[in-house]
Write a protein that binds this ligand. Structure first.
Ligand SMILES: Cc1cc2nc3c(=O)[nH]c(=O)nc-3n(C[C@H](O)[C@H](O)[C@H](O)COP(=O)(O)O)c2cc1C
Ligand code: SF4
Length: 483
């Protein structure tokens, strides 16, 4: 039977032969800062939800990266890893020296599986608090702050009620009444779950971010260096703290918001602190947004400006992503947190075959291309990484040939088949397990469940190394071997 989803794939009439691959641009070397990349193939960060509840590297984390390293890409960026020493669920962490032994083990596994061919970066991240969407009754009885500004918005018959009665009246009120009466942030907390912003400067820990973040990023980057990584990627993209400083929505009035110079100030100060901590030889790049894809958000003009600032400051590479914001995320069910890849901006970040014209394939390349053109015109040779719906060697080749990027990254295609790059290198492209770009994996990420690919799950012919299975026992945690 015809699998309709395969009909939506980018056609590949013939795959490159081994000889064609050997002379292709994608498999040609590149200098990234002082680092030699054997080829321009790259796996960008993907959180697989395999760390321990304490944020430690587990055997499943090792198996995940070892499997990618067997395909020997030029570089792998290890998933977003928290820089603070605070509980963050099963998200990898690098906020204390006790995380070093696990990270060292991870580096050793990648070196071994790739025979030292793959460069390894750690993506380091800071994020603010986001709460689950509350049960409305619990929200009105326990969380809503009852103060004079709120009372001033209420109709006369409620405005002066004693607090316990007012809370019960709000529980009984309709969603339309809530929409009329609650201040916008309280309404958002009710509908989406409470979410902090970098502009919440009334909160001391948010006001203090410019003072604490440079040091936290610097210490985390230095730990990555000590663990043996080749470099770090500062996570300045998507829905998280640093991207929020860069956003046009950042109107902080303390010199770290407002105009572009203010918005880029903290990202530059973080970089300066990181560079001072790790020295000149360690690779320090950033991932940031070529476009936020939000109403009143940052656009390509902002990104071009930031790219020039970053190049001037000496970033070793710039990886361009798109969207992935909380502001337009879908309403989560009660008891779950909003996920920044569910709304229109999120769809731009991880495009599926259902996305509108021009489709998912190479959708974000024009952003990288414009940024790279500016950098070159200004005399900077900073390498630019592009990602988003790239899954064919011909597509990668034409991006490089046209000078739209220096590195072409594949996340989901490498997830679907970690031997992707190796198969092409060896002229055996017909054997590639092609990504369907329908985002089963992203659905698992959304629920913070172990990320796997639907195409491996159906392969019951080969056991998972070490018998690794998902918590429900139904899914293999490692892609099937290439035999
Ligand atoms: C399961 C999953 C987890 C991801 N986690 C991260 C992450 O930790 N950091 C990041 O910058 N991007 C993350 N991404 C986005 C990818 O790096 C990439 O930009 C995106 O999937 C588009 O590229 P692709 O079309 O090659 O998949 C994730 C993507 C997926 C599918
Ligand atoms: S589940 Fe597999 S096939 Fe589907 S989008 Fe993710 S990587 Fe591609």
């Amino acid at each position: 039977m015809v699998d309709r989803r395969r009909l939506a794939l980018l056609p590949i009439e013939r795959w490159p032969t081994r000889d064609q691959a050997a002379v292709s641009r994608w498999f040609a070397p590149l200098e990234v800062g002082r680092l030699h990349l054997r080829e321009r193939t790259w796996i960008p960060a993907m959180v697989p939800w395999r760390a321990s509840p304490e944020g430690e590297v587990t055997d499943a984390v090792i198996a995940w990266y070892r499997r990618f390293a067997e395909g020997r890409p030029g570089a792998i960026v290890v998933e977003a890893t928290g820089i603070r020493d605070v509980p963050s669920g099963p998200l990898l962490r690098v906020g204390h020296d006790r995380f070093l032994p696990g990270l060292e083990r991870l580096v050793r596994a990648v070196r071994e599986a790739s025979n030292g061919q793959t460069r390894l970066f750690l993506q380091i991240i800071d994020f603010l608090s986001i709460k689950r969407r509350p049960d409305p009754a619990v929200f009105f009885r326990r969380f809503l702050k009852i103060d004079d500004p709120l009372r001033a918005r209420l109709p006369a018959e409620l405005a002066d009620l004693p607090e316990p009665e007012l809370r019960e009246a709000l529980v009984a009120a309709s969603p339309d009444d809530h929409a009329r009466w609650l201040p916008p942030r309280e309404l958002e907390s009710l509908r989406m779950g409470q979410r902090e912003r970098v502009t919440d400067v009334h909160l001391p820990h948010v006001r203090e971010l410019p003072r604490v973040l440079p040091e936290l990023f610097a210490a985390a980057a230095d730990r990555a260096r000590r663990a043996g990584f080749d470099g770090v990627e500062l996570h300045y993209a998507h829905a998280y703290t640093m991207a929020s400083f860069l956003s046009r929505k950042n109107d902080r009035a303390d010199g770290y918001g407002g105009d572009r110079e203010g918005r880029v100030r903290l990202p530059l100060e973080v970089h300066a602190a990181v560079r001072a901590a790790v020295g000149p030889k360690f690779t320090v790049g950033a991932r940031f947004l070529g476009h936020e894809h939000l109403e009143d958000g940052s656009d390509l003009d902002d990104a071009r400006h930031y790219a020039l600032c970053f190049a001037r400051a000496g970033f070793d590479f710039l990886s361009i992503s798109k969207g992935g914001k909380f502001e337009d995320a879908k309403q989560p069910p009660v008891g779950e947190a909003a996920y920044p890849y569910t709304g229109p901006s999120g769809h731009e970040c991880m495009p599926t075959t259902k996305i509108g014209p021009p489709g998912p394939f190479g959708r974000n390349v024009p952003l990288a291309a414009a940024i790279r053109a500016d950098l070159r015109a200004a005399g900077f040779d900073t390498p630019v990484v592009t990602a988003g719906g790239i899954a064919s060697p011909w597509q990668a080749e034409s991006i490089l040939e046209r000078g739209e990027a220096d590195v072409v990254a594949c996340a989901r295609q490498a997830l679907a088949d970690p031997d992707f790059f190796r198969k092409i290198r060896e002229g055996r492209g017909e054997e590639v397990r092609r990504c369907l770009f329908t985002n089963y994996c992203e659905g698992l990420d959304q629920k913070h469940r172990e990320v796997t690919c639907q195409l491996w799950d159906r392969d019951h012919t080969s056991p998972s190394p070490d018998g690794l299975r998902s918590a429900d026992g139904k899914r293999r945690l490692v892609a099937p071997p290439w035999s």
